[in-house]
Design a protein around this ligand. Structure first.
Ligand code: NAD
Ligand code: UDP
Length: 312
C-alpha cells in the first residue's frame, strides 16, 4: 500500500527537497509548515501533483492526521532566525517533538527526527562521533536551538523505550544547496549572495573556524535511507566529512562567482563552534551512505540557483 508520509517543515530548504523526492517515489505526501522560514515558492511546483498536499499548521499544536511515516524537520535552522525568537525555537523543538511523537504513537508510524551537529556544541572531540555527549552552553544565545534539539532527542528515546515508538534520529551537519533563503544568514547563502551582489564578504572572527558542508541531494539520500532501514534507531551523523575553514569557503565562492567583492572581518558571534566535522562511519556501515557531491560542484549548483533568484 502507498505510504502516507508527513513532512513537518516541508516548505523549508531541506524539507522541500525531501517532499520532491517522496512525491517522485509515489508516496502520498502531506507537507506541514507554518511558513516561519519556509516559503510557498519552495513547493509551488508540487502543488498540482495529485499525491501532494499542503497544510499550514504550527507543530506546537497537536494535529490529528492519518499518516504512516513522519519526517520531523520543522524548526528554523539558521542562527539568525532561531535566535530572533528563542522561546519560540525551544517550543518548536520540544512541544513539536511531543506532538509529533504522540501522533506517531497513536498511528504506530515510524518517525525520523532531524537533529543536528549543534547537539555537540563547541566540540572538544574532533571529528565528532555519535558517542560524544557534547559541549553546549545551556544559557547562551545558541541554547534555544541546541538544548531544544537535545531535549527533542531525549523525548524521542524516551518515547521509544517507554512506548515502543519506532524512531530514527539523525544528526545533520551543515547542509547547503538551492532553496536556501537568500537572507537567512547562513554562511553559504550569505557569501554567495554577497559575491553575486558585489557586497563585501562578511567573515566572522578570523575565518579559521571550520565547518563541513554537505550538498542537499546527498543529505536527502541519507534521510530516505535512514527511514527505510530496520537495523538502527540512531543517532546517526549525516554530513560531509571534508572540512574547510570559513575563509577557504569564502575564497571558493569568490573564485566560482568571478566576484571582486572584498573580504571584511566582523566579530565572531558568541559560542560560535571553532570546528565541526562529522565521523560518518556509522552511516557508512548501516545505510552504506557517504556524500557524493564535492564542495565545488555543489557550490556551482547553488550559485546558479541564486543567480536566477537574484535576477528574477
Ligand atoms: P529551514 O528554516 O529552511 O526549514 C525549516 C522549516 O520549518 C521552515 O519551512 C519553517 O517555516 C518550518 N517551521 C519552523 N517552525 C515551525 C513550526 N513551529 N511549525 C511548523 N513549521 C515550522 O531549515 P532547513 O535547513 O531546511 O532545516 C530543516 C531541519 O533540519 C531543521 O529541523 C534543522 O534544525 C535541521 N538541520 C538543518 C541543518 C542545515 O544545515 N540545513 C543542519 C542541522 C539540522
Ligand atoms: N559565518 C561567517 N559569515 C557569515 C555567516 C556565517 O563567517 O556571513 C560563519 C559563522 O560565524 C560560523 C560559520 O560561518 O562560524 C557557519 O555559520 P552558519 O550560520 O552557516 O552555521 P552554524 O554552523 O554556525 O550553525
Amino acid at each position: 500500500m502507498t505510504p502516507t508520509t508527513l513532512v513537518t517543515g516541508g516548505a523549508g530548504f531541506i524539507g522541500s527537497h525531501l517532499c520532491e523526492r517522496l512525491v517522485a517515489a509515489g508516496d502520498e505526501v502531506l507537507c506541514l509548515d507554518n511558513f516561519y522560514t519556509g516559503t510557498k515558492e519552495n513547493i509551488r511546483h508540487l502543488l498540482l501533483k495529485p499525491n501532494f498536499e499542503l497544510v499550514r499548521h504550527d507543530i506546537w499544536l497537536p494535529i490529528y492526521v492519518e499518516v504512516d511515516r513522519i519526517y520531523n524537520l520543522a524548526c528554523p535552522a539558521s542562527p539568525v532566525h532561531y535566535q530572533n525568537n528563542p522561546v519560540s525555537t525551544t517550543k518548536t523543538s520540544v512541544l513539536g517533538a511531543i506532538n509529533m511523537l504522540g501522533l506517531a504513537k497513536r498511528r504506530q508510524a515510524r518517525i525520523l527526527q532531524a537533529s543536528t551537529s549543534e547537539v555537540y556544541g563547541d566540540p572538544k572531540q574532533h571529528p565528532q562521533t555519535e558517542s560524544y555527549w557534547g559541549n553546549v552552553n545551556p544559557i547562551g544565545p545558541r541554547a534555544c536551538y541546541d538544548e531544544g534539539k537535545r531535549c527533542a532527542e531525549t523525548l524521542f528515546f524516551d518515547y521509544h523505550r517507554q512506548s515502543g515508538v519506532d524512531i530514527r534520529v539523525v544528526r545533520i551537519f551543515n547542509t547547503y544547496g538551492p532553496r536556501m533563503h537568500p537572507r537567512d544568514g547562513r554562511v553559504v547563502s550569505n557569501f554567495i549572495v554577497q559575491a553575486l551582489s558585489g557586497e563585501p564578504i562578511t567573515l566572522y572572527g578570523d575565518g579559521q573556524q571550520t565547518r563541513s558542508f554537505c550538498y542537499v541531494d546527498d543529505l536527502v539520500d541519507g534521510l530516505l535511507a535512514m527511514m527505510k532501514q530496520e537495523e538502527e534507531v540512531g543517532p546517526v551523523n549525516l554530513g560531509n566529512p571534508v572540512e574547510f575553514t570559513i575563509r577557504e569557503l569564502a575564497e571558493a565562492v569568490l573564485r566560482l562567482t568571478c566576484s571582486k567583492s572584498e573580504l571584511i572581518f566582523l566579530p565572531l558571534p558568541q559560542d560560535d563552534p571553532a570546528q565541526r566535522q562529522p565521523d560518518i562511519a556509522k552511516a557508512k556501515s548501516i545505510i552504506e551512505w557517504a556524500p557524493k557531491v564535492g564542495l565545488e560542484d555543489g557550490l556551482k549548483e547553488t550559485i546558479a540557483y541564486f543567480r536566477r533568484k537574484l535576477t528574477a
